[in-house]
Each structure stands twice: as C-alpha cells, then as structure tokens.
Ligand binder design. Structure first.
Ligand code: MN
Ligand code: MG
Length: 659
C-alpha cells in the first residue's frame, strides 16, 4: 500500500533548499515536502546478505535477532508505506556466506531452472536491481549464472568481462554493465512524470586472485573507476536523469590507484554519478567509523559531496538514501539528500540484543523449505575426521583442534600466494584454542569424536567470524610472536613440584600456536610480555630451539604466516602483527575455509604433529586444570608426560605434567 505523503507532509513541510528545510530533513528524512516541480525518491539498499534470510545462526543452531533479510524486509515495507517513490537495490554478496549457501552449493546443487533460496527471498521483495559481490564467484561461474538466472530483477556488473575490448565500452561483459529503469515519479502536486534511473555495478577486481581457480581463462576484471568513467557518459547519452552506482566496494582511500579494492570515494567523484550504494566492508555508513576519511562526510552521509550509504551486513541494516529531485528543463536533478542506515536490532548496555522489527512472514515462507533442509544439513555429517577433535590439552601440548585450523589456513594461503612475489616463502600458520575452559567453565571445550563431522562442529573449531589474512614477518618477529603467546604460563621454579601452570589473566584466544616451525617453551624463564602484550622483561626468552625444516630460524629470514583479521591488524598486540605486515587480505572467513577444506577432502586428519612442547626441566612438575572429559584423551597427548591429579576448582579436573 502506498500512502500519499503530501497530505502529511504539507503540515510538517518545508521548502527544499532552505536552511530550515535542511534541519527538518535531518529530523524527518522521509517527510521532504516536494513542490510542484520537485519529487522525492527514496533508494533503499541491502548489502552483503550472505544468504541470511531467516534470523538464524546455523553454526550455533539457534535463532538470533541481528541478521536476516526477513527482518530487513520489515524496514523496507515501512519505508515503502511512507514513500511515494521508492526503489530497492541490493549491493551484492548474496550467494555465499552461511550454511544455507553451502548447502545449496555443496549438496543440493543448482540445476538449470532451480531457484536459489536467497534469490527467491529477494524476488518476494520486488527488488529493482542488484549487482554482484566478490563472493558470488566462490562456487564458480556455472553456479553463479544458474543462480542469477532466477532473479526477477536485473543484475548489473560492469567490470567483470568475458572478452576485453579495446576500451571498456567494447567489452563483452559477463552480465549487463548497467540498466536504465524507466519509472514514473509523483511530484509535490500529485502529477506523475517519467524518470530514467541508471544503475551500474562494480566488484573488486581482486576476484581474479581470490577465486582464480574458478575464473582464470574465463573472465577478466577491469579497474572500478576506469570502468565507470567509460560507461557513465554512455548512460547519460541514453538519457539517464539520475545514475546510481552499486559499488560492492568499500569506502577507502580518496585517491584512485589502479585496481584498488575499496574504490567508492574516487568512484563517487565521477561526473554523472548521483549516489553511491556501498558495501563489501561489512560496515555502516553514515557512522563515526568513517570519521576523518578524506572526502567523506560521515555525519551527512556523503562521499565527495554525493549521497552514499552502507547497510552493514547479513541484513543487519537497511541503507536508505533520500533524494529530493527537481525538474531541470527536461531532466531531473538532485537538489538535496539525506542518508542513513536503519538497524534491525540494538545492543543494550548489558550486551543483550533487542530486536527492533519482526520478520516479514512472506519472506520467511519463501525459503522455509530450504531453511528446514539447511537445519538437516548442519546437523548431519559432511565429512569425516580420522582422529578425535578436542581441545582439552590445547594449552599444554600441540593439539588436534588447533592443528586442523592451521592445516586449512595453510592450504588456503598456499593457493593465494601462488603467482605472487611471496611464492616460495615458507608458509606458517598461527591458530589459538578458542574453546579451552577458562571462564567458559569445565564443559567449554571442543570435543568431536573420530568419525563424522557436521557443520555445527566447525563452529566449535572456529568460534568467531574472522576473515583470513597473511602477514610477512622476519625470523626475529616470529620468535617474539611466540614469546607473546608464551605469556600464557606462570614462571616455574626448576626442581619444585606441583606448581600452577596457567596464568588466569591470559585469555586462551591469545595463545597462538605457530605451525610449520618447531620450538620449545622454557617455563623456568620469565615471560617477555604481559597478558596485554606489554613488554615486562625485554631480555627474557622462553622460546628455545626454534627451527624450520630442521635448521635454526635465522632472525633475518622471511616467513608468511596465515592468521585472521583480528590478529593481523593488531588484536592482542602481537609482535609482527600490528597491521603493517599484512600482505594478503582474504574475503573468506576462516570458518568457511575449514568447511571448504572438509568438504573438499572428505576425510580430514587433524592429528597434531607435536611441533611444540615444554622444555624438559628435571625434577619439576606443574598442575593444569581442564575439563573432566579430558581423562578419555590422555593417551592422545604426545610430547608431554601427563597424569590425573584429582579435582580442580569449580568442576574442573586437575592433571599433573612432569616437565
Ligand atoms: Mn561481503
Ligand atoms: Mg602443530
């Protein structure tokens, strides 16, 4: 239903362009009064849905209020109800990113004529257009083309090219580069007029690296800004009144550089582009996140003076740009705008979440069948493990729950380094136990028996939705990285027995084990670093016999370490991981990489390779508390002499390690 807003709006109304008008726009962005020669157009955006339709976390197998197009749809419907002229676009990354996407790609498949559930859900909402995100390419071109074939709306992508022409305008693009929608707008006096809205889409050219195995020899990419400069004049020649860029690209540097991933600022600067819908970074714009970015007004919601928006991710927000248009001869032009990102939930002071909207039943219903099938999928085996996956001893010995993460990370990064200047450098992997007792209690451990592995188990192995990174470090930085990890342990007096091993102030997620090198930890030495990464004892050294392929690590040698975005950008304040050593930023979550590894390999072997252990200290023993079920796995632990030592506090079991 469409409410004719002018009845309401004349009472609240203002004259567009006046100072008073500007402040009223801010208060009531939907209530712009349009004069007879003016019209109001609201452009709504979803972005980075990643197959989230139901408000459901399939990894933890429970409902959540922070995600889901069914929830965003409630905001979309509300805006449509209050607007005379509204459009809805999606900014890409819809096909991949949760177990429903994996279920369709890995298990159900897409036959010609099949409807992909996220497309089905989008069809119910009557989208006007979408573009492709980088994750659309994750399952290959055949899967992508069959999926988008079901869309009841045009999908545009200007810089993915099947055959390169001499210039972009002579390219044969994979999908149409742009679309021009002929619509009617109702002006302030109730008259309707035609309007031509052009929509053009862009994806980071980096897809050629990220999905090389699917794309090489089949498509190529062009630079986002150069592609826009080629096509926008043609769209103007074809009579576009306004042009909206669907930029599946983040808000980054103001200056253009060839092939840049986050190109929305230089893109916005291009003449003829009136508004920029952004995404890819999974952030919210306008918001203080972008304070201080050159050519970006994070309060007004403009980039290079043009309206822009970024609607979070997984349906967390709906991005909204309100344009006030004015008749300019035979054309419409933008005279003012507002933008905002409307959330579907809010986080309270006690960190609990309150839903701000309810799901739209028609959207849920459109994918109910696939939702139910996905629940079956996450609960049944997708692969096998030849050894039990548990974390009971992850803090005292090399362990299978950490080993499998490193195996998968190394597998992925090795592929990404192929053909780069880093090919040939040793690839190591850093991973920490996430579920390792502590404040989580004596049951808070990963414990998957040998045999079947389900998707739900992967959440157990990798708790956080981090994304993959690679850093390049020196041998000296590598050693200090491990010194930082070794702060996990109290200092031990040689020759004394039953000393408490773990420092309770040190979170397990900062106990990085680095796979691909071997080393010992000398507990008789003080820790170089404190629990927050502060230097306590600059001369201290707990890491001994650090070696790579049997040779001592040269402090000047270079290594690639596979890790996650949290660590690589300074999380935990690790030496060699302060943001300046990143050489590769992957778009995939570490969790998705583990799923992909399991699905591809079928059977995985997570047996730990015992690449690290405590240095022998004759006559010395320590006590270590872990979950009581650890007793079943004591025989799995290599390179450490361990025996039960009664009960620990709070339901934990105590074990003695003889060093
Ligand atoms: Mn995304
Ligand atoms: Mg290992």
């Amino acid at each position: 239903m469409t409410v004719q807003p002018q009845h309401i709006l004349t009472r609240r109304g203002f004259l567009a362009g006046s100072a008073a008008g500007a402040s009223l726009i801010a208060l009531h962005p939907y209530s712009a009064y349009a004069a007879a020669n003016q019209a109001h157009l609201r452009i709504m955006e979803t972005t980075d849905l990643h197959v989230h339709v139901f408000p459901y976390d399939y990894y933890s197998d429970k409902q959540i209020d922070t995600v889901g197009l069914a929830r965003t749809a409630a905001i979309i419907e509300a805006v449509r109800a209050e607007a005379t002229n509204a459009m809805l676009v999606d900014n890409g990354d819809f096909l991949q990113g949760n177990p429903m996407g994996d279920y369709i790609a890995y298990e159900r498949g897409m036959k010609a004529g099949d409807l992909h559930p996220v497309i089905q859900a989008m069809n119910t909402l009557d989208f006007d257009a979408s573009t492709l995100g980088n994750h659309e390419f994750n399952y290959g071109l055949d899967f992508l083309m069959k999926s988008v074939a079901g869309a009841a709306f045009p999908i545009v992508s200007a810089n993915v090219v099947k055959t390169m022409g001499a210039t972009a305008r002579e390219d044969e693009t994979l999908l149409r580069p742009y679309v021009i929608l002929d619509r009617a707008v109702t002006d302030g006096s109730g008259g309707t007029h035609p309007i031509r809205v052009g929509l053009i889409g862009f994806v980071p050219p980096q897809i050629m690296n990220w999905d090389r195995r699917h794309l090489e020899g089949k498509v190529q990419t062009r630079d986002i800004v150069r592609t826009a400069e080629a096509w926008v004049p043609q769209m103007l020649e074809e009579g576009c009144d306004i042009i909206v860029a669907l930029s599946h690209s983040g808000i980054g540097a103001a200056e253009h550089s060839e092939g840049m991933e986050n190109a929305s600022v230089p893109l916005a600067r291009i003449d003829g582009i009136d508004a920029v819908m952004t995404g890819h970074s999974h952030l919210v714009f306008p918001s203080p996140t972008f304070d201080g970015f050159a050519d970006v007004d994070s309060t007004a919601g403009t980039i290079a003076g043009k309206p822009a928006v970024m609607g979070g991710f997984w349906g967390s927000h709906m991005g909204l740009i309100d344009l006030l248009l004015e008749r300019d001869g035979n054309r419409w032009k933008v005279v003012s705008s507002t933008s905002e990102a409307r959330p579907i939930s809010k986080r309270n002071e006690d960190r609990s979440i309150t839903a701000l909207v309810e799901s739209v039943p028609a959207v849920l219903a459109s994918v109910q069948k696939e939702h139910d099938e996905t629940l079956g999928y996450i609960r049944r085996a997708v692969g096998k493990t030849s050894a039990p996956l548990h974390s009971y001893f992850a803090l005292v010995a090399d362990d299978p729950s950490v080993q499998i993460v490193s195996i998968a990370q190394k597998w992925y990064i090795a592929e990404m380094m192929t053909g780069t200047e880093y090919e040939g450098l040793p690839i190591l992997s850093a991973a920490a136990p996430f579920k390792a007792g502590g404040r989580g209690g004596p049951d808070y451990y990963t414990d998957v028996p040998a045999g079947d592995v389900a998707i739900k188990n992967v959440a157990d192995l990798y708790l956080y939705p981090n994304t993959i990174r690679a850093v390049k470090v020196t041998g000296a930085q590598l050693k200090d990285w491990l010194e930082r990890s070794a702060g996990m342990f109290n200092q031990v007096t040689p020759g004394e027995t039953d000393q408490i091993l773990l420092n309770p102030d040190f979170p397990s997620y900062n106990f990085d084990v680095i796979d691909g090198v071997s080393y010992e930890i000398d507990l008789s030495q003080p820790s170089k670093y404190g629990p927050k990464g502060e230097v306590l004892n600059p001369e201290a050294s707990r890491i001994v016999n650090l070696s790579h392929e049997g040779q001592p690590v040269d402090p000047a040698a270079e290594f690639v370490i596979a890790t996650n975005n949290y660590r690589a950008s300074g999380g935990g304040d690790f030496p060699g991981a302060k943001g300046d050593t990143i050489i590769f930023e992957g778009p995939d979550t570490n969790r998705d990489i583990i799923v992909r590894y399991i699905v591809e390999k079928g059977t995985i072997n997570p047996t730990a390779d015992a690449n690290w252990h405590f240095k022998a200290l004759p006559g010395t023993s320590v006590l270590f508390d872990t979950g009581p079920k650890a007793a079943d796995h004591i025989g799995d632990v290599k390179a450490v002499t361990i025996e039960p030592a009664g009960d620990g506090p709070d339901g934990f079991a105590r074990f003695r390690i003889t060093l």
